[in-house]
Design a protein. Sequence first.
Length: 216
Amino acid sequence: MPNVRLLHFKTKEELSASITPLFASQGEVIPWVWFDTATYVSATTTQLDFFQTLQTDKTLGNMQAAGQIPAPMYYDIYHLSTYLNVAPSALAVAATLTPLTGALQDVHNLVIGSVSLQIAQKSYFEGKIYMCPAGGGVNPFIAISGVFAAPLIQAASFGQNGIPDPRSRNNFWGGITIPHNQNFLVRYNWSAALTLAGGNTAITTYLDGYLYRRVL
C-alpha cells in the first residue's frame, strides 16, 4: 500500500478532471522512471555513457528517443541511482589473511568511480558513484551451521551500491528539469580499467522523478 498519508479527499469533480481530458493538449504529471543499462567490460572499460541509445531489450532500458525526451515532455529529476549487477561469489575461508577477491571487492572498486549528469553539454551534478546509491536490490541473508572441512569451508560475498532501501538515494528534490528535445546523459568515469573477479558486469542507471506530458 502507499507509504504516505492521504492528506486530501478528492471530490467527484476532481476525480473526473484527473482521468478525463478536457481538451486535446491537456497536460498531466505522473511519477516516472527512466532507466538504462550498459556493460562494464572487465580490464577494458574506463568510461560509460547512459541514455544515449535505444534498447531493443526493454528490460534493459525504456528511453523513447536516443539521448533526449520527446516533445512535448518535461522531466523533473528527484533521484539519480546506480545499480551494480554484481553476482554473489563464494570465497574459500583461509587460515591467514589474504587479499579479498569476489563480489564485495568488485563493488568497492566500481563505486569509487565518478558520475556526472549533463544536460545540453552542461554539468548539473558531479560526484562519486557511491553518492548515488541504488535504493533497492537483493537483501542478502547468510546462515551457516555445523562443522565443515576443506574444501567445503566457504563464505558468501555480496555487495551493492548502498543498502536495499528506497529511502537510500541521492535526492535532487525536483530542482533539475530536463526539457524535451534536449540532449542529456549520465557518464561514469574510472581512473583505470578494473579487472573484476566476476567478469563483465551490467550496470543500470535510473532517474526517478515526475514526467510532465500531454494526455493526448
